[in-house]
Design a protein around this ligand. Structure first.
Ligand SMILES: NC(=O)c1ccc[n+]([C@@H]2O[C@H](COP(=O)([O-])OP(=O)(O)OC[C@H]3O[C@@H](n4cnc5c(N)ncnc54)[C@H](O)[C@@H]3O)[C@@H](O)[C@H]2O)c1
Length: 363
């Protein structure tokens, strides 16, 4: 492949998601499509820099993203931001100022104002802002999307999305393993860390954006941590309703999603998908057995237990590449990342105000 057609990238933050997810996926892609090259990496932690030198021997390594941009920007197309959320906005603005596209890990950032400024800057700089909304690329999630699109369950009217984790997600041990429990670094607990995945899926499945939210949250060890570990919200959509529950204090690690349509339903328990479709809606009352459901069960290997989700990255990167080719600077994915931040911050306010239902103004 002509080397000029390769996208040249730099990764900022060589922690868990970069080390186990992004960089191995780039290395696969370099061998396969050959349309990307990671030429530089920045990390503030010496021990992580030592590890990336081994993992990517050809890359130039920096201890600070600003030094990296100053030296490398002229020869780069994009940066991939994989630091904790507190730095996403600062690094994004610096990258846009240097004319680079940005692939940014979720959550996009930790305030509505920052999220809006990032979208505005993408439009002004005419550079792509693209969030890592990688759950959209899980094989079982793609199967749900296909069933909904096929019309087999009719119009979707309600959802439940349960995310069970037996602990908070941990960062690499060489830096600050428990940064997700420090609000100054994470911006919040499980809703900030994981809520985006839940919320962008609800947008797709209900085919609209929520207009109101009510939320409740708790922290089981408030003397130890200033971020929530249990979060429940109900979202009102023009097309239906969604119930989201996220916990870091579960006895199991899994997702359980249900999608209720007019003529059927989908239930997902990690890889296991059950589709129930009504066969007859006429005749006597259902209590007399008039309606039958045709039930199909499938297992769709999606590697949920691998938290790096390395297998989902290539398809996400395809979308990022397409956005660059099309000049889709603050496209649907970026706008949905903004809506996720607006939702999370509004849900936090609802929880602080006694679960009061609050409007979501949208874009
Ligand atoms: N999409 C997903 O499925 C998924 C999964 C895990 C993590 N993430 C996201 O990835 C990001 C990183 O999470 P992680 O679990 O890899 O964390 P981590 O703690 O394992 O890694 C963070 C790395 O960033 C470095 N770092 C911190 N501040 C920096 C800065 N200003 N400049 C350069 N390097 C810096 C640290 O030294 C560390 O090596 C977060 O936004 C997180 O939400 C996403």
């Amino acid at each position: 492949m002509n080397p000029d057609t390769k996208l040249r990238g730099a990764v900022i933050g060589y922690g868990f998601i970069s080390g186990k997810g992004h960089i191995p996926a780039y290395q696969q892609r370099m061998k396969g499509q050959g349309d990307v090259d990671i030429v530089a990496v920045a990390d503030i932690c010496e021990a992580r820099r030592a590890l990336v030198r081994q993992a990517l021997p050809g890359a130039r390594i920096y201890d600070d993203f600003e030094c990296l941009l100053a030296k490398e920007a002229a020869n780069l197309d994009f940066v991939d931001i994989a630091t904790p959320p507190c730095d996403h906005a600062r690094i994004t603005h610096a990258a846009f100022d240097r004319g680079l596209h940005v692939l940014c890990e979720k959550p996009l950032t930790t305030s509505i104002e920052d999220a809006r400024a990032m979208l505005d800057h993408a439009r002004e700089a005419k550079r792509v802002l693209f969030p890592c909304h990688n759950y959209k690329h899980a094989p079982v999630v793609k199967a749900i999307n296909e069933i909904i699109a096929s019309g087999r369950i009719g119009r979707v009217r309600s959802l439940t999305l349960n995310t069970y984790r037996n602990t908070h997600a941990k960062g690499v041990t060489e830096w600050n393993t428990h940064w997700r429990r420090e609000k100054r670094l994470s911006g919040g607990g499980i809703a900030m860390d994981h809520g985006s995945h839940t919320f962008y899926l609800t947008f797709d499945w209900l085919g609209s954006y929520p207009t109101a939210v009510t939320a409740k949250m708790s922290t089981l060890e408030p003397q130890k941590y200033d971020t929530e570990d249990n979060f429940t919200a109900v979202l009102t959509f023009p097309t239906g309703i969604a119930h989201a529950h996220l916990t870091w204090t579960a006895g199991v690690r899994k997702v359980i999603y249900t999608v209720q349509g007019e003529r059927g339903a989908i239930t997902v328990d990690d890889d296991d998908l059950q589709l129930a479709v009504m066969q007859s809606t006429t005749g006597p009352d259902v209590a007399q057995g008039a309606i039958e459901w045709k039930v199909e069960r499938r297992a769709i290997a999606s590697d949920w237990m691998d938290a790096s989700h390395v297998g989902w990255f290539n398809s996400l990167f395809d979308q990022f590449k397409t956005a660059i080719e099309r000049g889709d600077h603050a496209g649907k994915e970026a706008r949905e990342a903004f809506l996720c931040i607006q939702l999370i911050m509004t849900a936090y306010r609802s929880a602080r105000e006694g679960c009061r239902e609050l409007e979501l103004p949208g874009l």
